[in-house]
Design a protein around this ligand. Structure first.
Ligand code: HEM
Ligand SMILES: [Ca+2]
Length: 659
């Protein structure tokens, strides 16, 4: 091909490129026919005089970059190579070559995200190895990350934390406001389990997080190998009966512990089924039967992947849907951060997945949701603290005494989780299990218990020392200010105190504490806690939390789930078995896509005598039954569910009989 011909082709390509750029820069509302083409380019003519095949190649290329997929029957790659070989050695050819190289490079992950190595097949006890290239990313016992640079000059006279709590955070007598969207305490018990799965600040070194940054159910399975072994039965992949690893969860209302017991029972059911089905002989093929330890290990680890799969599905299909009020409308859409199959196109570039996660100090503060504690749990906490303080009222105790009380309580627990108890529950001497009736009673009461709403002045006074410590902790971590953090998250700056919260008293107190001109001095924590809260909006706003928190937690949920290799690239039937993969999946035609019922119905062998298959308590426990009644009547589906209270009318099961 002559040099002139090559140059002509190059200039045609250049014209075509500016045409495409214009087409893409034109707002969608403008029809393409109205495109202004520079008169001297004669672009349409150029396109028509292009060799038909080259023209076709460019169109296919354009189509591929719009849709993200290539039909390789059209031999785009080969035609592109032909076109490139015809072009002159100039800018256009180089750019097209670079684009081709980029396309070839970005089709694969660099470095690879997945591995077939045995070390990466399961979840490690401490969460290490989730990112195969940076195995310590997000592992237990590593430092917290920092999300936002704190560049502002630090104000030297920060207000007294105790004053901040009393004036802005403390729940005033009789001022409890139930959650505006009718959330039950069960919702916040799951939240409590999630946050203890993700944050546990070491009391010896507050830069260290003692648990893994992954939603891997560390409160059930333990934060390290030693804790994991203590909660396992040591045979057939089983966990010890009705047990969980976390000591800390025993500091919380008994509904949290029951929630973990539901997961324990699900685990033991799963490993039983895995062994029984023995899919593809995978648990016997390598002579595991002769090696009991190995057999136990394979069953346990596969079981854990499946149980964590259900946990992840509960977080996405029940918890996040409720947060976004998608539980209140007909739509089946959900924000699923695991979405894959996305391709890079002109319009979107899918976020990476499976690259790991490391929790930051900012998120430790963002998730301190003590304002949502119900009146019932406030009372429970007052009693519990009094016990831990040897009878002293918490108001009379120093922060040191409270911390010592908590430490002593945890130390006083037996090392063997099987020997720990909670509430007034007793283990059956033979089965070692707690009584179903008692567990159901705690569940029912938790589902019927109205949680509190977020906002300023909502935190029970009994937690004052915890909050004061939180404020001091945030200062020690040197976190950014509220406005600094908002700007980092892409939110606008609060220019006036009224923007933080229009409530007159809150504005007055904020000004008193931070000074008339101190709006940028307002600290991240407690700023997050006193910010105005989002109004209910269906769908869109279910959680009704403070503005900044509502935005930040969605990014965090995506980081947590999409960042987790074992929830994304390695969430496969190969890892979980076909049976396990199906067992924990969500089906939009069942339970409106929710999956909590799988956990609850499985836990009680009495089956329908406790919860009917279609019990609203089993299917939608995060919202109060009376609120669900209103929602489902509005949607015209109330008759699909049983509204009977679990245990109602039962005389002989040992639970409290409700009539
Ligand atoms: C009655 C219920 C609750 C009680 C008695 C309680 C008590 C405490 C206590 C004593 C601490 C400080 C010491 C420790 O880390 O254990 C703490 C910290 C914390 N709480 Fe709560 N809490 C409750 C509910 C919640 C809820 C519902 C959430 C959020 C979903 C939450 C989030 C946090 C967070 C993120 C920390 C910091 C943890 C760390 O840095 O290790 N809490 N809570
Ligand atoms: Ca974890």
């Amino acid at each position: 091909m002559s040099r002139t011909h090559k140059t002509k082709l190059g200039s045609k390509l250049s014209n075509l490129k500016s045409f495409l750029k214009k087409a893409l820069d034109t707002p969608p509302s403008t029809p393409n026919t109205n495109l202004q083409i520079t008169p001297n380019t004669n672009l349409l003519g150029d396109i028509l005089t292009l060799n038909l095949k080259d023209y076709h190649t460019l169109l296919t290329l354009l189509n591929a970059s719009l849709t993200g997929t290539t039909n390789d029957d059209e031999l785009l790659l080969e035609n592109l190579i032909q076109l490139l070989s015809k072009l002159p050695a100039d800018l256009e050819r180089n750019q097209l070559t670079d684009a081709l190289l980029t396309k070839l490079w970005t089709s694969l992950n660099h470095p690879p995200v997945l591995s077939v190595g045995n070390a990466f097949r399961y979840r490690s006890a401490d969460g290490s190895g989730n990112n195969i290239n940076y195995p310590l990313l997000g592992a237990a016992n590593t430092p917290y990350a920092r999300t936002c640079p704190a560049k502002r000059i630090q104000p030297l006279n920060l207000p007294d934390p105790s004053d901040i709590f009393d004036s802005l955070m403390a729940r005033q007598d009789k001022s409890f406001k139930p959650h505006p969207q009718g959330f039950s305490s069960m919702f916040f018990y799951l939240a409590t389990i999630i946050i203890h799965d993700l944050f546990q600040t070491s009391s010896e070194d507050s830069t260290i997080n003692l648990t893994s940054s992954y939603a891997d159910l560390s409160p059930l399975y333990g934060r390290n190998q030693e804790e994991q072994l203590a909660v396992r039965l040591g045979r057939d992949g089983l966990l010890k009966q009705d047990c969980f690893s976390s000591r800390r969860i025993l500091e919380f209302p008994p509904g949290c512990a029951v929630f973990l017991i539901l997961f324990n029972r699900f685990h033991n059911y799963v490993v039983g089924e895995l062994a029984r089905i023995n899919e593809g002989d995978r648990f016997t093929e390598r002579g595991f039967m002769d090696d009991e330890k190995r057999y136990d290990e394979e069953l346990f680890q596969t079981g854990r992947l499946i149980v964590c799969g259900l946990y992840g599905n509960i977080i996405l299909n029940d918890y996040v849907k409720t947060i976004l009020a998608l539980n209140r409308v007909e739509s089946e859409w959900n924000l699923d951060p695991r979405r894959d199959g996305g391709r890079e196109t002109f319009l979107s570039r899918p976020a990476p997945w499976g690259v790991g996660n490391q929790i930051s100090v900012e998120f430790n503060l963002i998730y301190r949701w003590h304002g949502t504690i119900s009146l019932r749990d406030e009372e429970w906490t007052e009693k519990r603290f009094k016990e831990m303080l040897g009878g002293k009222e918490v108001g009379e105790a120093t922060i040191g005494e409270v911390l010592k009380g908590i430490g002593k309580f945890e130390m006083g627990l037996d090392d063997d989780p099987l020997k720990r108890r909670f509430g007034d529950l007793k283990r059956d001497p033979v089965s070692k299990r707690f009584d179903d009736g008692k567990l159901v009673e705690i569940l029912r009461e938790s589902i019927e218990d109205p949680a509190g709403g977020f906002g300023s002045r909502t935190v029970p006074k009994v937690l004052k020392s915890v909050e004061v410590l939180g404020i001091m902790q945030a200062r020690k971590w040197g976190v950014a200010g509220l406005n600094e953090f908002r700007l980092f998250m892409g939110l606008n700056r609060h220019e006036r105190f009224e923007d933080i919260n229009p409530d007159e008293e809150v504005v007055r107190e904020l000004k008193r504490l931070y000074g008339e001109d101190g709006v940028d001095d307002v600290e991240l924590y407690p700023g997050l806690m006193v910010e105005k809260t989002k109004e209910a909006m269906n769908p869109g706003s279910g959680l009704c939390v403070g503005y900044t928190v509502s935005r930040a937690i969605l990014s965090d949920a995506v980081a947590l789930i999409r960042g987790d290799r074992l929830f994304t690239g390695d969430y496969t039937p190969g890892h979980l078995t076909n049976w396990g993969f199906n067992e924990v999946g969500s089906n939009k035609n069942v339970s409106r896509g929710h999956v909590m019922y799988k956990l609850i119905l499985n836990a009680f062998s009495g089956g329908s005598s406790w919860f009917e298959e279609n019990s609203v308590y089993a299917h939608f426990p995060f919202v109060l039954p009376e609120e669900n009644k209103k929602i489902f009547e509005g949607l015209g589906i109330a008759e699909r569910y049983s509204w009977r209270r679990p245990g109602e009318g039962l005389q002989e099961k040992g639970g409290k009989v409700i009539v």
